[in-house]
Design a protein around this ligand. Sequence first.
Ligand SMILES: [Zn+2]
Length: 61
Amino acid sequence: MSNVIPFRKPDLKKRAKAHTLCKNGYHKWKIVQERKFDVKQGRLVTLSRCIRCGKEKTTLT
Ligand SMILES: [Zn+2]
């Protein structure tokens, strides 16, 4: 019986890849707050945060 597939520690690899994506600007945005009023811009924006690295951004609504 040696047909067991050695498939272990996929999480570490996954995490490293995700980190690379973030480094290259490919964040995984998740909307934190929609239609939030941005005082600086004087208009409604949507606040998003990357679920991997925690970076935040605002986009015009
Ligand atoms: Zn990120």
